[in-house]
Design a protein around this ligand. Structure first.
Ligand code: BDR
Ligand code: CA
Length: 311
């Protein structure tokens, strides 16, 4: 059983991952923390509350970063996730309210309450994690593991030729989070671009999930149009669910240990830079950053099926 905090910017693929976090019997979802990214943070919070309510769960939702740590904010990608983050489908009203604490405070409190037990899963820009580190640097020794959906080691970017969206949206926060010296696993585009959630998968999900299934299927339709039009793929990459797939089914992934950081300026802004451990001069040059684990390979079909079956 994995107690987790799920940090998210829902977001169509975030919504799918949230549904897994809410439903999977091996996950104990302690809270959702929200950030701007796919949408403004207020919309992210609204969507997180809504998804939990549709699943019949009372889960704390703590609102976090409204903008990057240092840089100007990039506009939300409404052509990918819709203006409301869930494919612009009509949404039922939300009854609950957000936790009064900030996302960073919620993370700090939760990690301190259960030292060594809680996994922090981040699937949006990582500003809340950076803010939590600033509030309480001792959390690096209290978190069980940090799993970040973001970056790209060999795959190239999805926003610029080299940068993945979550890293690009707050590279300064990402540089701090990836080099903080806590146990960390990166699940980036090298993995998520190997996984496809098909229309057939989604038809099964819609049938099995009641009111939540309607939102997942409706928003999926919008997201799939983007994939078809811009990428020529029939289906969509379930980026954020892949982080949970790694946590629960690590045997479907291959990983490598090394030093990792993010470029924070210039043409490479948001690019993850990885130096595998034990490579002579590369190791020497990069060994000032702590070792982390990055996922490099995956059985994409098995992970896609796992995501669809779990949902
Ligand atoms: C990541 O960017 C966001 O648009 C998705 O939700 C995912 O977290 C993929 O690059
Ligand atoms: Ca996301």
């Amino acid at each position: 059983n994995h107690p987790i905090i799920f940090d998210t910017d829902p977001g169509v693929d975030d919504a799918q991952a949230i549904a897994i976090a809410l439903r999977h019997p091996e996950l104990e979802l302690l809270g959702l923390t929200t950030t701007y990214g796919n949408v403004d943070v207020e919309i992210a919070t609204h969507n997180a509350l809504l998804l939990a309510e549709l699943a019949g769960r009372e889960i704390p939702v703590a609102q976090g970063a409204a903008a990057p740590l240092v840089k100007e904010r990039h506009p939300p990608p409404a052509h990918i996730h819709g203006t409301n983050g869930l494919g612009d489908i009509e949404l039922p009203p939300v009854r609950g309210q957000a936790d009064p604490r900030s996302a960073a405070q919620f993370i700090v409190d939760t990690l301190n309450a259960r030292p060594g037990e809680v996994t922090l899963v981040s699937v949006g820009p990582v500003g809340n994690l950076a803010a939590a580190l600033q509030l309480d640097p001792t959390i690096t020794g209290k978190v069980k593991r940090v799993v970040v959906m973001g970056g790209s080691i060999r795959e190239g970017g999805n926003v610029t030729p080299v940068a993945e969206a979550n890293m690009f949206n707050d590279p300064d926060a990402a540089a701090r989070v990836l080099t903080a010296g806590w146990p960390l696993t990166l699940v980036g585009l090298d993995i998520t671009h190997r996984c496809v959630l098909t229309g057939e998968h989604m038809a099964r999900i819609e049938a099995g999930q009641g009111a939540l299934g309607k939102v997942l299927a409706g928003s999926y339709g919008f997201y799939r149009d983007f994939y078809r039009e811009f990428l020529g793929i029939d289906g969509c990459c379930p980026h954020d669910s892949c982080a949970l797939a790694w946590l629960l089914r690590p045997e479907l992934f291959t990983t490598s240990r090394g030093h990792l950081t993010v470029a924070t300026s210039g043409d490479a802004e948001g690019q993850t830079i990885f130096a595998p451990e034990g490579r002579g001069f590369i190791e020497t040059r990069w060994s000032r950053t702590p070792l982390v684990e990055v996922c490099l390979g995956v059985d994409g079909e098995a992970v896609s099926d796992w995501i669809a079956d779990t949902l």
